[in-house]
Design a protein around this ligand. Structure first.
Ligand code: NCD
Length: 274
């Protein structure tokens, strides 16, 4: 990496050199993980280090992939999966105080998922241990974006000169917000944001794309957007993050066989899953 990142809060912390390094490391780890001898070797690399996973919102893949990574590298692991109800937060403790207390257990890394936008930055402000943002409200999900960028690179061979369609709940979905920032690091990318009314991409992310001179379009015509797309990235309605729980996405915002027929042979379809 170009410089050590103390905390991972936002996708905007990464540059193309970091991404190239992470892609090569991920390739290396993937190969190593398939080799029993290298798996055993890697399992001793981080003995004595500690990871705490602190999740205030539901998760399967994100939490267990971090925890599996910790185990694969020989780290000690302490975990809570329903911290909103089962941690001291339920008794009124602030996030900052929880992070201060956990720092007393001398972790190297705290992986945090939280329902409030900005929670990871607040945690980082009081933490000696590295905070990794595993999703904060409708804010960001930088490590999912790294994984998505890796997938695009592996499938399409590049991260530039792409037409990417991002659809669904773009306002409350944090993975879209982080991935758009990663795509803005590379030349000649175009993003079609497909959404409706309340769920369109919010101004702050569009401002970032304007500053980075990324070409984009906002539309509710999903089928037109699919034509010529290299990647279609679809997301679900983020029910738990809505300002107004009464609103909903149009019911025809689904990727069905006719929609697939509109895509190119090489188009990849991606989803960060629930
Ligand atoms: C996403 C999230 O939590 O933001 N899931 C994930 O971590 N891969 C997407 C979602 O829940 O819709």
């Amino acid at each position: 990496m170009s410089e050590a990142l103390q905390h991972i809060i936002s996708a905007e912390q990464f540059n193309p050199d970091d991404l190239a390094y992470l892609v090569s490391q991920a390739d290396h780890l993937l190969r190593a993980d398939q080799n029993p001898r290298l798996r055993r070797k890697n399992a001793g690399r981080h003995i004595g280090r500690r990871l705490i996973s602190l999740f205030y919102q539901p998760s399967t893949r994100t939490r267990l992939s971090f925890e599996t990574a910790a185990v694969a590298w020989g780290m000690g692991l302490v975990s809570t999966e329903n911290a909103k109800e089962f941690s001291s937060a339920a008794k009124g403790e602030t996030l900052e105080d929880t992070i201060r207390v956990l720092n007393q257990y001398r972790p190297d890394i705290i992986v945090l998922r939280h329902h409030e936008t900005g929670a990871a930055a607040r945690a980082a402000a009081v933490s000696e241990a590295t905070i990794i943002n595993a999703g904060d409200g409708k804010g960001e999900h930088p490590t999912q974006a790294l994984l998505d960028a890796y997938t695009i690179f592996k499938e399409l061979g590049r991260l530039s000169n792409l037409k990417v369609v991002m659809g669904g709940d773009l306002k409350y979905g944090r993975t879209v917000r982080s991935l758009a920032q990663i795509l803005s690091l590379y030349p000649d990318n175009h993003i079609d944001f497909v959404s409706d009314g309340e769920f369109q991409a919010s101004r702050d992310i569009l401002d970032k794309l304007d500053i980075a001179r990324v070409s984009y379009r906002q539309t509710d015509d999903m089928k037109a957007a699919f034509q010529g797309a290299d990647a279609v990235y679809w997301t679900r309605l983020q029910k738990e993050n809505l300002d107004d729980p009464g609103v909903s996405l149009p019911t025809d915002f689904v990727i069905d066989s006719p929609a697939l027929d509109l895509m190119e042979e090489h188009t990849i379809v991606m989803h960060p899953l629930p």
